[in-house]
Design a protein around this ligand. Structure first.
Ligand code: CTP
Length: 405
């Protein structure tokens, strides 16, 4: 199942140079499984031809409320009734002002006004020059649109087509897609604050060398994304990985186990759920050399001594908030064999209500996995699937347990 299977999206384009990104967005929506109906304003037609959008969406484009193809001549009604969501990208300053006033003098604004407001969400991706974006009129319009229930996406920052630099660029197509996919996910963690650790840690030996492990961080990042999609505020404490931050997630980058311990301590009081997916190094080097350790001709090998790292999950699960039930703790176990026995033993040792086992060597670095959930009731398998699919299932399982407790 793709993220937008069985979803019909009306993609509206108003006038702006960011129309070129709407072509990419259309492709991305189709690739994610959606059917896409494009509606363009007259101004959008100055930047992008309907021919391009027709080819990408595989449907003829609507540009006029007087389109005679509609037997009842009510394109604004017909198109909005079919949609699971309307996405206006780019939304120009002028189009936002029109929406705000409920004006309806072209097909796109008319259709937005005529949409069944309870059933068809309206998402707008603003795109404009930085002065236009920060102008009090635009900011006022944006605030009022949000109050009216419109999902106004944030804007990107950087170099603009006009040559100026600042806020107001339209989000990238992949970012808009991620926000749209999130909109359709059930909000089972609304009101919760989820703290996730992810990735490996890196324990330095000297300024240029260190000890780490093969954890890619993908499972933890997928859980952070799924928790955010489910409506939670999410803080992600990430070891050294090059993965993009999921939309809307607050990320804290760390390197060593001690850094991770400190970042968790700083963020755990605000959390109601703690999910420890990080592959924290069990030991660190006792005396990190201040300078690079050099080979010499003596034939002597360097001698490394280790000290044990703190067990972050065990510490958190023993805290008064976790013990009182104000903080729900979930641990992970990466095993190579005998998953149920190891996971059951580890759940008891860590003192957590839920322990998630997986076979480490079978999943490190890959995009899919299989999980075994162990709690006081017993165990439950989540069958082989993409890490994001499993993360969404795990989030649903956590939400179910929170509700029951
Ligand atoms: N964990 C942690 N801090 C550590 C070590 C582990 O928070 N210093 C967390 C991991 O994020 C994971 C769980 O504890 O949720 C894994 O437990 P752990 O005992 O580290 O597993 P293994 O290292 O696989 O244990 P063992 O070597 O005994 O199999």
């Amino acid at each position: 199942m793709s993220d937008l299977s069985n979803k019909h999206i009306v993609l509206g384009l108003s006038g702006g140079i960011a129309c070129y990104k709407a072509a990419e967005l259309c492709r991305a929506l189709v690739k994610a499984g959606a059917t896409v109906q494009v509606v363009m304003t007259e101004a959008a037609g100055q930047f992008m031809t309907p021919v391009t959008m027709q080819a990408l969406s595989n449907r003829t484009v609507y540009t006029s409320q007087w389109d005679a193809r509609e037997l009842n001549n009510m394109a604004h009604i017909n198109l909005s009734r079919e949609a699971h969501a309307i996405v206006v990208a780019p939304a120009s300053a002028d189009f936002m002002a029109k929406l705000l006033h409920g004006r309806a003098d072209d097909l796109l604004s008319l259709m937005c006004l005529a949409r069944p407001i309870e059933r068809v969400p309206l998402i707008v991706a603003p795109a404009m020059n930085r002065e236009m974006w920060t102008h009090p009129a635009t900011q006022r319009n944006m605030a009022q649109l949000k109050a009216d229930g419109v999902h106004v996406l944030d804007v990107g920052q950087g170099e603009q087509a006009c040559g100026e630099t600042g806020d107001g660029r339209m989000l990238e197509p992949e970012e808009i897609l991620e926000d749209l996919v999130a909109l359709f996910q059930p909000k089972v963690l609304a009101g919760q604050h989820v703290l996730v650790t992810a990735g490996p840690t890196y324990e330095a030996m000297d300024p240029v060398r260190g000890i780490t492990n093969l954890s890619s961080g993908k499972m933890g990042f997928a859980i952070a994304r799924a928790a955010r999609e489910a409506g939670a505020a999410v803080t992600l404490v990430a070891g050294p990985v090059l993965l993009p931050t999921p939309r809307g997630v607050h990320r804290v980058d760390v390197r060593s186990a001690l850094d991770m311990q400190m970042a968790v301590a700083q963020n755990v009081d605000a959390a109601s759920v703690f999910v420890a997916t990080a592959a924290v190094a069990d030991w660190r080097v006792a005396d990190v050399a201040g300078q690079k350790i050099k080979k010499d001709d003596s034939g002597q090998l360097p001698q490394l001594a280790f000290v044990e790292n703190p067990d972050i999950l065990a510490e958190v699960s023993q805290s008064p908030r976790a013990q009182s039930g104000a903080l729900y703790c979930v641990g992970f176990a990466a095993e190579s064999h005998d998953l149920l026995n190891h996971a059951t033993a580890k759940r008891a040792r860590k003192g957590v209500p839920l322990l998630v086992g997986n076979i480490g060597p079978a999943t490190f670095g890959l995009d899919d996995n299989a999980l075994l959930l162990v709690d006081e009731q017993g165990s439950q398998a989540l069958e082989h699937a993409s890490k994001l699919t499993l993360a969404r299932q795990l989030v649903a399982e956590i939400a179910r347990r929170l509700k029951a407790s």
